[in-house]
Each structure stands twice: as structure tokens, then as C-alpha cells.
Design a protein around this ligand. Structure first.
Ligand SMILES: Cc1ncc(COP(=O)(O)O)c(C=O)c1O
Length: 473
């Protein structure tokens, strides 16, 4: 095939040809070994249908989709669960729009995904941010403590709800049980972005799901950790919400999704649920056992630190090296044909799956054990904390800033000005600063650290290097 005529396909073919062991999203792996996934793969085009008699309608499910959602609800332990073909992004939009009204004050974990910030701006809510705890070794933001929520509520008793992310991209989990008890006592709502925790309901060895811990609504991305095609996600609603509240969320879920949902994707979500119900528990047990052994072996490797602890998804592998993480990431791919999910600073994130071929875990262990022998290939990265440890001052709502004149200024003149663009390190998609927030010295330092390490940044405006867009005075 002339790749220059189909450059996108050409690029995907190149990546596929490299035959890398994938420790990144999506969560489907090793399809060849799974008859259920081979079955779907063979019907990829045949199942790509529209709403014709017999195929039901996602926006008004009454037939096979309704039947499938009943099984989904039971598997996920929710009051009701609904498929979403636009990822947890659209689920976050729907639950935030459906459960709050314009002008409401909400307590929001600061290290939440950009989709939560999008929803806050679109729904015109007023966020009061909750600062997460920080892992002292890995210098990563983790979860929000119950104490932080209680303190923020004391300062903002008008708050209508709390929006948290658990697990985080790094697999750290929050004590949702304690927080939901407090939130419910105050008559607030608890919404949880559980995009990375779709596997939780399927094994007692994993942290409890947000639904099981008393959340009113949650968003889960099937495609991140389950054997499911990209974009597959689920909205969970608690039976404790009123019929009106639930109807409002369903209303917004319809609005935020395409009117032409992919049946191939819906079928992939149903198969993922079925696979997890029939094989998930045993496979997760095997994965955790193997990963425990792998972590023990890696702890013996000079220079490597392995994240561990109770408040962590045991299927995720987070490593810290003395080196530039992006260089280690590139070396793993070039030399060992292993692709990690991401690197940030000195840290590397690997997404392991219950459906990985066990040989992939062996290959990962062998590659990481050989890291010290390749040490001269990497530069050492100074122990800087790339984190922002204070909450930025929100001077204007983001949705208003978009209508104000903005100008480009060099970093040296940016401190104290109001930011007019979004800067989002991607991955993990957690904004560093939003339009309407004051640019502090701390944010500038963090931005410079990210730029000098070459970390990819999504910016809503393309300023020259070393410049930022700010609101004109
Ligand atoms: C914490 C978190 N929430 C939500 C999302 C959005 O999920 P999706 O990609 O399914 O739209 C992501 C995506 O990376 C995420 O990391």
C-alpha cells in the first residue's frame, strides 16, 4: 500500500510492525489468545450498524441495549448503569450538568482531569479546589483526605457537592467511604471520576468501587483497564438519587453523545463486562501475584524505586529512576520493544492488564532488571518537585476569559498576570493552569521544569516558546 496516500494508516502500521509489548491504554491485550475477542474482531465491520429494527437505540434503550444495560448495572453494583461511547469525558460532563445548577459552588479535587474542568466551565459552576496529598517519594499528587473535604466545607458551607478523582492516573485511591459519609451527612452529592478503576468491581483483591463506597454518581472508562475498544465508558448512578436527578443526568448523557453510537464499541463493552464476570477474578488474582513478584524483583535493582502501599491499585506499576524518565521510556521501546503508558520527570507508569500475555510480564521484568547496565545512555534528572503545592488564585471564570482581549508576554513578565490559556501536561491531562487564574512564580517554575524535560503540553493557544497568553490589563 502506498503509505503516503494513507499516512495515518501508515503510522499505525509502523507502530504495529514494531511489535511492542503494550503497557498502555487501551486495556485489550493479546486478542489472539482470547476466542471472545477474536469473535468480535472477525465481525468488526458486520456489527457496525445503525438503528434498524432489532438493534435498539442507545438514546431510548428498550430492547437489546436495555437488556445489556441491566446486566451491566448488576455487574457494576450501581442503581443504574449506562453505556457511553464518548469516554468518561462525556460521562463527567453528563453527571456534572445533571446534578448541579449554574452558579452552584462545588468542592473539586485540583488534580482532576481536564474533562471535569470543561464541565465546570460549560455548566457555569463555581469550583472551590481541594488540594491533594503528595507522595513524598514519587512527588506525585495522590488523593484528597477526608480532613481536606471537611475543612473546605467549613469554609464553603454553601457547597452543593464534591467532585473527586479516584483512582488517579497513578493508581492512588482515595478513602471515599469516609468522604461519602460526611458528604451525605451534609446533604451534598459525591461525584467520582473513576475512569481508571473500571476493573474494581470484579475482584475482592482490588479497592472497592466508588459505587460500593457511597458515591452518588461515577464515570468509568472501560477502555482504560478492561478488554474494550477505545472510548468505551460507563455512567453509574446510585439508587439514592431521586428519579428526577437521574432523569436529568440521562438527559445530559444523551446530549453529550453522538446520535450515531458505534455498535462495534457497544459490543466491545458488553464483551468486556462478560469477560470480566467470567474470568476477571481469577485473572486479576494471577496478575496481582505476578506483579507482587515483579515488584519484589525490581526493588533489588539499584536505583529503582517501586511505588507501593495500601491506597494503591495493585495492578498498576509506578517506578522512579534517577534518570530522565522520557529517556528510559524511549530506551525501553527501542531496545526491548516495550511501550510504557507514560513518563513524567523521573517516574514511569505501566498499565498492566489481567489479559496481558504472561510472557509480557516476564519481558518487562527482564528489561527493567537490565536498566543499570544501560545507565550511561541516560542523563540524571535533578530531584526537583514538579508539583504545584498551593492552589492557584481564581480571579475570573474561565468561560468569561475567552471573551476578553489577551496578549502574549515572556515568562519574565507573566508573574501576577491573569492567564488566558489552558496549559495541560498530557498525559495525564491534569491542567497546570486555567484561563482566569493568576500566574504564580510556582506555576512558572513548574512550567519551565516541564518544558525543559520535554514533557508534552496541550495548550489552547500557541504562544512562542518562553511566552504565555495573559489577559490584557
Ligand atoms: C482521571 C481521568 N478522568 C477522565 C478521563 C477521560 O476519559 P476518556 O478518555 O474515557 O474520555 C481521563 C483520561 O485519561 C482520566 O485520566
Amino acid at each position: 500500500m502506498p503509505w503516503n496516500r494513507v499516512p495515518l494508516i501508515g503510522g499505525l502500521e509502523c507502530y504495529t510492525e514494531e511489535n511492542n509489548r503494550r503497557f498502555h491504554m487501551p486495556g485489550h491485550r493479546n486478542e489472539e489468545a482470547l476466542p471472545e475477542l477474536r469473535f468480535l474482531r472477525e465481525r468488526l465491520y458486520a456489527y457496525d450498524v445503525t438503528e434498524v429494527p432489532g438493534t435498539d437505540n442507545l438514546h431510548h434503550a428498550e430492547g437489546i441495549l436495555k437488556e445489556s444495560e441491566v446486566l451491566l448495572t448488576k455487574a457494576l453494583g450501581a442503581g443504574e448503569s449506562h453505556y457511553c461511547v464518548n469516554g468518561s469525558t462525556a460521562v463527567n460532563y453528563a453527571m456534572i450538568h445533571g446534578l448541579f445548577q449554574p452558579g452552584d459552588v462545588v468542592l473539586v479535587q485540583r488534580n482532576c482531569h481536564q474533562s471535569v474542568y470543561n464541565a465546570l466551565a460549560m455548566a457555569r459552576l463555581t469550583p472551590q479546589y481541594l488540594l491533594p496529598e503528595v507522595d513524598p517519594t514519587f512527588l506525585l499528587p495522590t488523593g484528597v483526605s477526608p480532613k481536606t473535604v471537611i475543612q473546605a466545607y467549613a469554609e464553603h458551607p454553601e457547597a452543593k457537592g464534591v467532585i473527586l478523582t479516584s483512582p488517579s492516573y497513578y493508581g492512588t485511591v482515595t478513602d471515599l467511604q469516609a468522604i461519602s459519609a460526611f458528604v451525605r451527612e451534609q446533604g451534598m452529592l459525591l461525584l467520582v471520576d473513576e475512569a481508571h478503576g473500571a476493573h474494581f468491581p470484579f475482584s475482592p483483591l482490588l479497592p472497592k468501587s466508588a459505587m460500593a463506597q457511597g458515591a452518588h454518581a461515577s464515570a468509568v472508562s472501560f477502555h482504560k483497564t478492561l478488554p474494550c475498544l477505545t472510548q468505551g465508558a460507563v455512567l453509574n448512578l446510585s439508587a439514592d438519587l431521586s428519579p428526577l436527578q437521574r432523569e436529568r443526568v440521562r438527559h445530559w448523557l444523551r446530549i453529550f453523545q453522538t446520535t450515531s453510537p458505534s455498535y462495534t464499541l457497544l459490543a466491545s463493552m458488553e464483551m468486556a463486562r462478560h469477560l470480566m464476570e467470567t474470568q476477571g477474578e481469577a485473572r486479576i488474582e494471577a496478575l496481582i501475584l505476578r506483579l507482587d513478584a515483579l515488584k519484589a524483583a525490581l526493588r533489588e535493582v539499584p536505583g529503582l524505586q517501586v511505588m507501593d502501599g495500601k491506597a494503591l491499585d495493585p495492578t498498576r506499576l509506578i517506578l522512579r529512576t534517577p534518570f530522565h524518565g522520557a529517556q528510559v521510556d524511549a530506551w525501553l521501546r527501542r531496545v526491548h520493544h516495550i511501550q510504557a503508558e507514560m513518563s513524567e520527570g523521573q517516574n514511569l507508569v505501566f498499565l498492566l492488564s489481567a489479559f496481558d500475555a504472561p510472557e509480557s510480564w516476564d519481558a518487562l521484568e527482564a528489561a527493567l532488571k537490565s536498566l543499570p547496565s544501560a545507565a550511561e545512555e541516560f542523563s540524571l534528572l535533578a530531584e526537583t518537585s514538579p508539583l504545584v503545592l498551593t492552589l492557584p488564585l481564581r480571579v475570573l471564570p474561565e468561560e468569561e476569559v475567552l471573551f476578553l482581549p489577551a496578549e502574549e508576554v515572556p515568562f519574565s513578565q507573566a508573574e501576577g498576570r491573569i492567564c488566558a490559556e489552558r496549559i495541560i501536561p498530557y498525559p495525564p491531562g491534569v491542567p497546570l493552569i486555567l484561563p482566569g487564574e493568576e500566574i504564580s512564580g510556582e506555576i512558572l517554575t513548574r512550567l519551565q521544569t516541564l518544558l525543559s524535560s520535554g514533557h508534552p503540553l496541550n495548550r489552547t493557544k500557541s504562544a512562542q516558546s518562553g511566552h504565555l497568553y495573559v489577559v490584557t490589563k
